[in-house]
Design a protein around this ligand. Structure first.
Ligand code: FAD
Length: 377
């Protein structure tokens, strides 16, 4: 800390770590760093900024994740295992109940080809995990016993006990609250520049400079422009997803699914569209119709349920769908993080990644394969 104090002019605040971005990844890391005793500042943008953290579906989803990358599958399961304690810890600290449930999820298949393909994927995940991962394939009549409202057009579904869901807005709120309770400072002021100076960093907003030993880039799409300033590369692109919300109905769906989930207050979220429309956050009536149609095919009962709201949000994607975790070689102490599973991975981000960063270590060797260097080839 001595070096940092020397570098820090009198009018400049200094911190052990600065986290750029207060979305799901930034807030998870900032909370984890504060929990490790670090003096942390988190910088975020104003309410109307582009932010996946406030527009997502809230799944803690394991089945299918990492089917082609066993490291990603293991990492996802590690997070799912830590979720029960993680949500309990946040509730104890903040009083916010995240509406977390982990009683297994269904992924529906609407034709025989989908069903056969799904079984291959699930089997591969089981073999790759040395049987730690498990699943069941259910046909329509088996599904009916668990989900009596299932439609006849659903051929079947995969079920995995590992899947769960949470209210993602409560998660974000709890992370921010817990972070502040542990002494973290939140600034609603975007970072405009970063400089590596000796063994420290100067992080700047339009009005103020801050000094820190470590800087963690978790700024969604802004990582792309900020990362090169500290010798990193974060090639991410937007993919739009739309979500519909229905009126509240009597609880009938007690498990999360890939397309439909019922929240604790009875409303249903319908989703899973994928559109390549750049940074356009508008909604598209054709997509809305497709989402609604598929939901009615799965649960015909929904035909009479009203949709009350729809929104779109942009996924922060890499070309291979895997996360980016990097520690800069040219500017040690600078990290960049990006993932399109910020809800699912919140537990490992807060507990595992943050504690490596707090110690000033490189990220765990099992995360090396998620370096953006893989895109240099
Ligand atoms: C439709 C949809 C459905 C999804 N469903 C799920 C799901 O079911 N389960 C799941 O695990 N994940 C889901 N996700 C993904 C999840 O929401 C993201 O992985 C997660 O929000 C990414 O977190 P992030 O912190 O990288 O980005 P964001 O949450 O977008 O946060 C980035 C933050 O950085 C801030 N920022 C940007 N530039 C700056 C700057 N210069 N200075 C300071 N701050 C800055 C932004 O304002 C923002 O707050 C979904 C995403 C979408 C779009």
């Amino acid at each position: 800390m001595q070096l940092l104090t020397l570098l820090t002019p009198k009018n400049m605040s200094n911190f052990d770590s600065v986290v750029v971005g207060g979305g799901l990844i930034g807030a998870s890391i900032a909370y984890g760093l504060a929990r490790s005793g670090q003096r942390v500042a988190m910088f975020d943008e104003v309410d109307n900024a582009i932010r996946a953290a406030r527009g997502n579906f809230g799944l803690i989803w394991v089945q299918g994740k990492g089917a082609n990358n066993p490291y990603y599958a293991t990492w996802t399961r590690q997070s799912a295992k830590q979720w029960p304690d993680f949500s309990r810890e946040l509730k104890e600290l903040t009083g916010i109940d995240l509406a977390f449930e982990q009683n297994g999820g269904f992924d529906f298949c609407l034709n025989e080809v989908e069903f056969a393909d799904r079984q291959i994927i699930m089997e591969k995940m089981t073999v790759d995990s040395d049987d730690e991962f498990s699943y069941e394939m259910l046909n329509n009549s088996q599904l009916k016993q668990v989900l009596p409202n299932i439609g006849p057009a659903v051929i079947g579904a995969s079920f995995s006990k590992w899947d769960g869901h949470v209210n993602p807005l409560y998660l974000l709120k709890a992370l921010h609250k817990a972070f502040k309770q542990l002494g973290g400072k939140l600034y609603i002021n975007p970072i405009t520049d970063l400089q590596h100076q000796g063994k420290a960093f100067q992080v700047s907003t339009a009005t103020t400079n801050y000094a820190c030993e470590k800087v963690i880039l978790a700024a969604g799409f802004s990582n792309k422009t900020l990362a090169p300033k500290v010798g990193l590369n974060v090639p991410v692109y937007p993919q739009r997803g739309e979500i519909l919300v229905t009126e509240k109905v009597k609880p009938f769906l007690h498990h999360p699914t890939g397309y439909v989930r019922q929240t604790q207050d009875g409303g249903l979220l319908l989703g899973d569209s994928h559109e390549d429309v750049g940074f356009d956050e508008g909604t598209n009536i054709n997509e809305i119709q497709q989402i609604a149609k598929r939901a009615i095919t799965i649960f015909p009962y929904l035909d009479s349920v009203k949709i009350i709201r729809a929104w779109s949000s942009l996924r922060i994607l890499t070309r291979d769908g895997l996360p980016i975790y990097d520690h800069s070689e040219s500017c040690p102490g600078a990290y960049a993080l990006s993932s399109h599973s910020g809800v699912t991975l919140a537990a490992v981000h807060a507990l595992d990644v943050a504690s490596c960063i707090a110690k000033g270590d490189s990220l765990s060797p099992s995360l090396t394969c998620f370096s953006a260097k893989r895109f240099d080839v």
